[in-house]
Design a protein around this ligand. Sequence first.
Ligand SMILES: Cc1cc2nc3c(=O)[nH]c(=O)nc-3n(C[C@H](O)[C@H](O)[C@H](O)COP(=O)(O)OP(=O)(O)OC[C@H]3O[C@@H](n4cnc5c(N)ncnc54)[C@H](O)[C@@H]3O)c2cc1C
Ligand code: SF4
Length: 571
Amino acid sequence: MVKKLPKTDVVVVGVGWGGGIIAAELTKQGLNVVGLERGQERHTEDYYMVHDELRYAVRYELMQDLSKETLTFRSNSKMRALPMRQYGSFLMGTGLGGAGIHWNGQTFRFLPYDFNIRSATIERYGKNKIPADMTIQDWGITYDEIEPYYDKFEKMAGISGEENPLGGKRSSAYPTKPMKHSPPMKMFKKATEKLNYHPYTIPSANLSESYENPDGIARAACQYCGYCERFGCEYGAKADPVVTVIPVAAKTGKFDLRTHSWVRRVLHNGEKATGVLYTDVTTGEEIEQPADVVVLTSYVFNNARLLLNSKIGQPYDPSTGEGVIGKNYAYQVVKGGATGYFDDQKFNNFAGAGALGMVIDDFNGDNFDHSNLDFIHGGYLSLTQTGLRPIQNNPIPSDSPTWGKEFKKNSLNYINKTLSIGAMGASLPYKQHYLDLDPTYTDTFGDPIIRMTYDFKEQDRQLAKFTAKKSSEIMKEMGASKVDSMKELGPYNITTYQSTHNTGGVIMGADSKTSAVNNYLQMWDMDNLFVVGASAFPHNGGYNPTDTVGALAYRAAEGIIKYSKNGEKLA
Ligand SMILES: Cc1cc2nc3c(=O)[nH]c(=O)nc-3n(C[C@H](O)[C@H](O)[C@H](O)COP(=O)(O)OP(=O)(O)OC[C@H]3O[C@@H](n4cnc5c(N)ncnc54)[C@H](O)[C@@H]3O)c2cc1C
Ligand code: SF4
């Protein structure tokens, strides 16, 4: 029998960056918030003295347990999708703080072009530049409208950075100075300046100096320990939800956090959400939590899955292009980088920080002319020094044997003599790429899991080729003796790590026919249900997503507060 609890003002499903920001902002305004998180509680103390690559980076201690819940994947809708049983292409987080615990902290704003991509592309190049099956659309919010929310997220997290010379206008400087420059970063800066590009230091959620944020949360500076991506920070120097927004919510006395609480349905009476149904995974008990407002902050895949399993909104149909839930799934095009091998220089790549690096945006968004190119948008090119670790790093040139004496010789020779330039290519949505419920496979409770239908397109192939060429040119300018780069982007492969930057499925927009939520991330179909996260991105930009996820969460929090007072549709 389902246990029914007393009603709360707001229930938040998933407590990562999205859930943490919503909880902090709403409780500060006096609303009672219940936070339901399927994973365990996490604390900074958990990471004291545990720089354990095997446990965290190889065995994925902080990630979702794929034996209980995963997704299925296929390249096109004629194929049967199969479950992702091992981690590869992306790493979903679980537990308090979500993937915000083990992220790198590279904190980029999207470009003004991203928010009005369709109209800006048509205006500059004409309608024919957009392939018939590419479903890009304007976001229903402009860069100038979202800018104050970016500013809020960056001040809360204490982002360390310097102005992007080719980015959108900022209302204020980054709250802390840029990170230090390592020798490889200096080489990248010199080479890109020589090529007349515009390098700047990557905006970082690893603090360059100690900092107290507007909520009175004080944190220490980064130690450049190199155990950042895939790890929690033992110093609290990396901004994560556990050291920033969650304590703010807890301090109000209005936040009721329940871990091990796995939400399975959004309950509703057709027009309004009435609460959620969840299972306490420690006892197996089924519990109903009624609420005036329901907020989904359970990441891209689960935001879409919960709506589909709860029968809310019209599922997307790729044959007609109608329906919105699951629409515009997009990923990222990261293979167009270059690796350089230096015969006469050595680097200490084992020191570093998750967001340490230099970057250029000269080939991102519409910062360059695409008239004679077979793609639109682009991506940033960066030299990062995130900290290599001994088990997973063994760079050798592509013409080296991969076993035997010569392999051993090259491994020893190149371990400290290799640098990489990465490309973070934008991913644009297509009619054929989407999320829906898998008809065959279920999770540990018997609920259908999400099915992902996705592959690279000609746009992605051209973009990756272009960025690979530019990355190689920069690497040569940096003085590499030998440069490897991608020749052709093959089909999308879910088994090798690329980025955990999935987007779409519950997209925002100005029109309820083509989007699921308005620009406060309020469902068009159910005004007391808000769906927050990168699921709202109509396409994926040439950057990491979390600054934009955070900005949209602040915007949604403002909308929920307004809605709680007036009970009206916000757009
Ligand atoms: C290795 C790695 C490096 C990254 N580096 C960067 C970077 O440098 N820059 C950047 O911008 N981004 C980066 N990211 C991406 C970044 O981590 C995410 O964009 C961000 O954490 C998303 O926040 P979120 O709150 O939307 O989702 P999440 O952090 O995924 O939080 C969702 C939460 O919901 C919970 N949940 C899910 N389903 C349920 C359910 N049914 N019931 C209850 N709870 C549920 C999950 O357990 C989780 O805690 C990185 C990601 C990874 C994995
Ligand atoms: S590199 Fe810096 S921010 Fe990252 S885990 Fe180490 S000390 Fe923390």
